[in-house]
Design a protein around this ligand. Sequence first.
Ligand code: SF4
Length: 478
Amino acid sequence: MGRFVECADRRQDFLLPASLDDYVSEDNPVRAVDAFIDALDLKALGFAGMTPAETGRPAYHPATMLKIYLYGYLNRVQSSRRLEREAGRNIELMWLAGRLAPDFKTIANFRQANGAAIRAVCSQFIGLCRQLNLFTRAVVAIDGSKMKAVNNRDKNYTAAKVQSRMKQVQDNIDRYLEELDRADREESDIAEPKAARLKEKIGRLRDQMRALEAREEEVRLAPDQQVSLTDPDARAMTSAGRGTSIVGYNLQAAVDAQHHLIVAHELLNIGSDRAQLSTMAAKAKQAMGVDVLDAIADKGYFKGEEIRACEGIGVTAFVPRPLTSGAKARGRFGKQDFVYVEQENIYRCPAGERLIYRYTSVEADMTLHSYWTSNCQTCALHDQCTTGKERRIKRWEHEAVVEAMGRRLDRKPEAMRIRRQTVEHPFGTLKAWMGSTHFLMKTLKNVRTEVSLHILAYNLKRLIAIFGVQPLIAAMQT
Ligand code: SF4
């Protein structure tokens, strides 16, 4: 065989280590899982089954079940069936669960029945990070990522999708009817069986059409005009940048810029991030226990009211303004080419004219002030500026908040780089761990539990990377 590392003879007798503990090294992450869960007050966190029943078969202690799950999510073994198998053959898990191997139904039921308590453990973990003084730099990056649900795109219906499928089915029916006409006119021996086949196909398509008509009604009656058949809470959402659409959930996360810990998260079944900034920032601020917080987000979060709400709760927002000006897109001056002069309450236009305040209106619950000058019609830049009589500029009553944020961003050009470096790592890691199918459970309530387990595992891994297993255990026990 030459010079190779030689394996042992599997039939040879060994004097194996006397205890299971000898197989688990001192720096094995399972020791941190064990210490963390043993330090929790599971009853206060709301776990069911903390008081054993007087009669019947003894139940598994919730701590054992939680250890099995946290181990599973740390090691990409999320399914209850696979966890059952691992509990019977994996030495680390045997050590962690004290050689208990619950069946997959018991494992699955625990996750299903203790969603709120598992989410509370996730928050408790951030409390531990706070005690360890990890949040000295109060900066978070907030972002959202669309995660696939257990619901195929073909099993998600919106009014437009139903319409387009009905059109496809109708086109096929028309095509087969024409073929049937031709077959009826033919006088060959194959004409009759061909016609029978076509009639059968048309019959099947008409059944499909009837099913689609019923689905159309179902979609119409749904609160948000959308129906998902496998996971009723999953929604179709577009993935920013790639222009692709998935059926799934929107995971919002606030990640601390120093240690990349996910300090706050929320799972939504609405695709837009626009209304999430202040909610996520408030959660992050509370979780980190800080008085002031810098929150950096991408332009998908830009919304005047949200930025103003952040100011009200002690959060300094850094969100770039998206370039949505229709005039700019058509090659004319955009609003950013007009400079507001606060002392005079006027706008200065590219031709140097003063656009003065005219009147106030309310649009979509926002109080807007309108400005214009009477000199537009004689202006040399008129065609570059407007297609109307004069160019009007509207200003939100709290626009100063947004302008101040723009100046902050100019003074902190590295903010977007910090955002990218901070949030993309956790989302990439979570998606890699979840695999291509992402979630295993259905409905918003259950998927929220699953997300909390993923985030708990991610944060624990980060903490082990920061401290090491034994120093972390020592810190947990103090
Ligand atoms: S058209 Fe009116 S607002 Fe535009 S540049 Fe000329 S004067 Fe200024």
